[in-house]
Design a protein around this ligand. Structure first.
Ligand SMILES: [Fe+2]
Length: 234
């Protein structure tokens, strides 16, 4: 079995294939992680924000669209996807802790190191193990159809960490759209706060905090938590 990292776009099913789309994001993530490594202070926070915007919607759409297919077509799909879900859970918890404790937290450097490590492990597990197995089980046309579904889901998935939401359907599928709307509104508000004069910033920050509280309510609804097994449920 060859890693999808070593194959041409054609071998992976063409430009629309889920494998090509996945690899494109992973390459971008690798670039951002290298940038994070040399950054400090506000610049570091900005790179981290860009990493968050990339990875959370990417992973959420994997969990709602791709992993259920892997569990259906591979006999050991459950164990394979559970390992990746545990990595995603750890990423959710690390970013939640980083955001909660701010730039001056003594734990920040260790958390950032661990975040980089888990994200790189996650990419290796997907590109070297999970996706080559999926490639064996599906035709090129099926890989392209799955690529379209994943891309669509990614565009309407949450962009922030939600550690208490189920990593499996139906909880994640049901809470995905409301959380996505709240997250993306917060993204716009936060970007505005960075641009407006200082006297308007507190109102923007209060609005962002209010939206965070609302997301917390959706996250804790029993419906949002259904589908998880013990290893990833919080
Ligand atoms: Fe991925």
């Amino acid at each position: 079995m060859r890693s999808i990292a070593d194959q041409t776009d054609d071998e992976l099913g063409g430009p629309g294939s889920v494998l090509v789309r996945q690899r494109r994001d992973h390459v971008e993530l690798d670039r951002l992680l290298s940038e994070l490594d040399g950054a400090a202070g506000v610049a570091q926070e900005e790179v981290l924000n860009r990493i968050d915007r990339l990875v959370f919607s990417h992973a959420f759409a994997e969990e709602t669209v791709l992993w259920p297919v892997i569990r259906r077509v591979l006999p050991d799909g459950d164990a394979l996807t559970l390992q990746v879900e545990e990595e995603h859970q750890e990423v959710n918890e690390l970013v939640t802790a980083l955001e909660r404790d701010g730039l001056d937290s003594p734990e920040r450097p260790a958390r950032l190191r661990r975040l980089t490590e888990v994200l790189r492990e996650d990419v290796r597990d997907e590109e070297d193990v999970l996706f080559p197995r999926l490639q064996e089980a599906l035709s090129a046309a099926e890989l392209r159809a799955l690529g379209r579904r994943w891309e669509l889901m990614r565009r309407i998935s949450p962009t922030r960490p939600h550690p208490t939401v189920s990593r499996r359907p139906p909880g994640n599928a049901l809470s995905g759209l409301p959380l996505s709307l709240i997250d993306r509104t917060r993204d716009v508000v936060d970007a505005g706060v960075r641009r407006v004069p200082d006297r308007f910033a507190p109102a923007g920050r209060a609005l962002s905090q209010g939206l965070a509280g609302l997301a917390g309510l959706v996250e804790r609804l029993p419906l949002s938590r259904t589908g998880d097994g013990p290893p990833t449920s919080r």
